[in-house]
Design a protein around this ligand. Structure first.
Ligand SMILES: NC(=O)c1ccc[n+]([C@@H]2O[C@H](COP(=O)([O-])OP(=O)(O)OC[C@H]3O[C@@H](n4cnc5c(N)ncnc54)[C@H](OP(=O)(O)O)[C@@H]3O)[C@@H](O)[C@H]2O)c1
Length: 314
């Protein structure tokens, strides 16, 4: 299938590009800076197209001839409203009958409650960002697109976000700080599992207008997840919780901080996703367990630090 990936230089977009290539699709990567992909994907198998997703004409050109779009563009909190234009331009440009796949987020939900959440669970986030995001996801399914909601990703190629910081600090033997209760069950997803979930709806007409959950392999506490990394790094686990007060302070300092602190209610509850619908309708299930995922990530980060690996990544 001819598939275009927007936001192809981002964490999820790049993983989607590489997974689509592995699955045998014809891939076009839409990026602002083509050099951002240099050495990070099979350049002989990926057509790289340069442009800005806020430029309607560029988007129309970029998508022409595509049978599907995996829409991985994202904007910082302060520019979140741009997501509407990006979504509108991309949906408009896709020819009728084309597949549109959008990575969704668990923070569209409010406090989780007991048990795993089904995709039809009320989208009643108490944060402004969560409300807007739920509207974006609803707009996608209303237009016949597919939303695949998954938790925070980690793994090779993931070079930003709180989990990346956790890996970096733990591997350097430093104290790790994590928001909220360290002993609550949470879930994280290995990057390849998330990318496979985004590719799974392609060629499945029944996935149109549906939303799916792609959960992590198994719930784990932040304390135990950090301990897995410390164990491989050979150090004593040192993990501290980050209070709401600290999150508010960091929120005032960081570019994306305000939105992050608005979502801090999530740090005090367990939102676990139920993946039954994805298993039944898409044949998808997570494959990489937490221990194996951490092992692969630590190995990748270590290799990355060697001069030859760093040179390869430019
Ligand atoms: N990361 C996670 O753990 C996670 C989990 C669940 C769902 N998601 C969702 O997955 C999606 C992608 O997230 P991500 O973490 O991959 O984000 P990301 O790493 O920040 O990537 C964002 C991408 O958007 C591109 N972009 C921004 N503005 C653009 C513009 N005007 N024109 C063209 N491209 C533009 C960026 O390009 P540049 O490289 O040029 O800046 C980058 O490629 C989001 O909807 C996110 O909510 C992410």
């Amino acid at each position: 299938m001819r598939v275009t990936v927007t936001g192809a230089s981002g964490t999820i977009g790049l993983a989607a590009v590489n997974m689509l290539v592995r699955a045998g699709h014809q891939v076009r990567a839409f990026v602002r800076r083509p050099q951002a992909l240099a050495g990070r994907c099979r350049e002989d198998r990926v057509e790289v197209v340069e442009g800005d997703v806020l430029d309607r004409t560029a988007v129309a050109e970029m998508i022409s001839g595509s049978e599907a779009v995996v829409h991985c563009v994202d904007f910082p909190t302060g520019e979140f409203a741009h997501n509407w234009d990006a979504l509108r331009h991309t949906l408009e440009a896709l020819r009728p009958g084309g597949s549109f796949i959008y990575p969704g987020v668990p923070w569209v939900y409010g406090v989780g409650g007991k048990g795993r959440l089904q995709p039809e669970h009320p989208k009643n986030s108490s944060s402004r960002l969560g409300v807007v995001r739920a509207e974006l996801e609803r707009a996608v399914t209303a237009e016949g697109g597919t939303v695949v909601r998954f938790p925070e990703v980690y793994g090779p190629g993931v070079l930003k976000g709180p989990l990346h910081t956790l890996f970096e600090r733990a591997m350097a033997g430093k104290t790790v700080r994590f928001p909220g209760d360290l002993d609550r069950p949470v879930e994280f997803i290995y990057i390849d599992d998330a990318a496979r979930a985004l590719v799974a709806p392609l060629g499945r007409p029944h996935a149109r207008g549906r939303d799916y959950h792609a959960p992590g392999f198994a719930p784990i506490t932040p304390r135990d997840f950090a301990a897995l990394i410390f164990k491989l790094a050979g150090g004593e686990p040192r993990i501290r919780w980050l209070s709401r007060r600290w999150l508010r302070i960091l929120g005032r300092l960081g570019r994306d901080g305000r939105g992050r602190s608005e979502l801090s209610y999530l740090d005090e509850c367990a939102i676990l996703l139920d993946g039954l619908r994805a298993r039944r309708e898409l044949g998808w299930r997570p494959e990489i367990d937490n221990a194996e995922g951490v092992r692969r990530t630590v190995r990748w980060l270590r290799n990355r630090r060697t001069p030859s690996a760093a040179a390869q990544e430019g």
